[in-house]
Design a binder for this molecule. Structure first.
Ligand code: ATP
Ligand code: MG
Length: 362
């Protein structure tokens, strides 16, 4: 299943993406060394605001052919609003990749790490350990709709939700497979079929239909309102949670927020069939406010690399990287931890600590 040689396009992008990426790559290289993986990295300076200022565009005209040669894109962050407006930088890069490479799954772990304080009271590592799977291409985020009776007191706006059988089934299939691969084998579906009377009952019916092919996976559905309350009050009940584009968007921010600082959460935008490259990135953005200080937390970047290894079937190496992150965070060594975690360390101290731990797996 796993490729013999994993080809990775490294795109640090903007801001702290440039600062955390070197540690992400070093940790992947460490894992490759210890576990004998063949990883090939090629670095690109496009999809950044500096590139835009030089070339008048976020990407070169042949970006698609260039990136199609890779299995994965390892992405830092994009956007420097003082240089280039966010809608230009984002739509000109990351969102283009997502659309053109049909990255129809957004995957995020919600896992409370040792040494990290959850904003939820009394939660320990192990209490929060689930995945959010978001549909990433259709649903509520269609641009079908418009405005009528503009400027009158009957002014009305309409925006359609589009669900196709192919679009719904492929995200559900991914979520069922993920649930099936985990010890708890439990899938929770986010719905709102008590209020949204056409699309959400359709979503529910596809969940029900597909569940007959996954008899070993237990399935629960919750309406999105109570589901988000459970994220906060009873996160222990979740294993894999799947939702439409809008519901998934909300859950994929709320979930990681329940597990501490934004600096540690990773995210995958996946094209599971591998027809196009999948993209792995930290959840955080370019954080211009701390850029240049060398204090950005590199864990989100490193963990995104870990997700990449897992996605391509390098399970042993992936487990070692995750364990290394846990060991380092669990020590709560203030000299090593970054300021967002209450420490006095910096990107380098934390990044190198994880790298060292990975190398110790030998
Ligand atoms: P986006 O536009 O994608 O939301 P942003 O640059 O506006 O990105 P984020 O990067 O998401 O904002 O960060 C919000 C705040 O969280 C930042 O201002 C920064 O102070 C903090 N932050 C984000 N990432 C990190 C990190 N890796 N380490 C430490 N602090 C971080
Ligand atoms: Mg922001």
């Amino acid at each position: 299943m796993s490729p013999k040689l994993l080809k990775i396009a490294v795109i640090p992008g903007d801001g702290i993406g440039l600062e955390v990426m070197p540690y992400g790559v070093r940790c992947l290289e460490a894992a490759a060394k210890v576990f004998g993986l063949s990883l090939e990295f090629e670095h690109f300076d496009f999809a950044s605001c500096d590139y835009y200022e030089k070339h008048g565009d976020m990407l070169p005209s042949d970006w698609k052919e260039t990136l199609l040669k890779f299995d994965a894109i390892y992405f830092g962050a994009v956007g420097m609003p003082d240089q280039v407006p966010d809608h230009v930088s984002l739509w000109g890069s990351l969102l283009k990749f997502r659309r053109e490479f049909d990255q129809y799954i957004n995957l995020r772990p919600c896992r409370l790490m040792p040494g990290v304080k959850s904003p939820l009271a009394n939660k320990k590592p192990g209490d929060i350990d689930f995945w959010v799977v978001r549909e990433n291409t259709e649903g509520e985020y269609s641009s079908i709709g418009g405005k009528i009776f503009e400027g009158t007191d009957r002014e009305t706006v309409v925006q359609e939700t589009v669900m196709t059988r192919v679009g719904v089934d492929r995200v559900l299939r991914y979520a069922f497979n993920l649930a099936q691969s985990r010890p708890k084998k439990k899938l929770t579906s986010a719905t709102k079929s008590n209020g949204i009377s056409i699309t959400m009952p359709y979503w529910d019916s596809r969940v029900k239909e597909m569940s007959s092919s996954y008899s070993d996976v237990s399935v629960e559905k919750y309406h999105i309102d109570i589901l988000t309350a459970h994220f906060v009050q009873r996160p222990e009940i979740f294993d894999v949670v799947v939702g439409s584009n809008l519901f998934g968007d909300i859950m994929s921010d709320l979930g990681p927020a329940c597990t501490g600082t934004i600096g540690i959460a990773p995210s995958g935008n996946l094209n599971p069939e591998g027809k196009f490259p999948s993209l792995f990135e930290p959840v955080h953005g370019s954080a211009p406010d701390i850029f240049g200080k060398g204090i950005a937390n590199p864990i989100g970047m490193i963990w995104a690399g870990q997700m990449m290894l897992e996605h391509f079937g390098f399970s042993e190496a992936a487990a070692a990287v995750l364990k290394s992150i846990e060991i380092v965070l669990g020590r709560s060594d203030l000299e090593v931890m970054t300021a967002d975690m209450g420490g006095k360390g910096n990107t380098q101290t934390l990044g190198e600590a994880v790298e060292k731990e990975i190398l110790a797996f030998k």
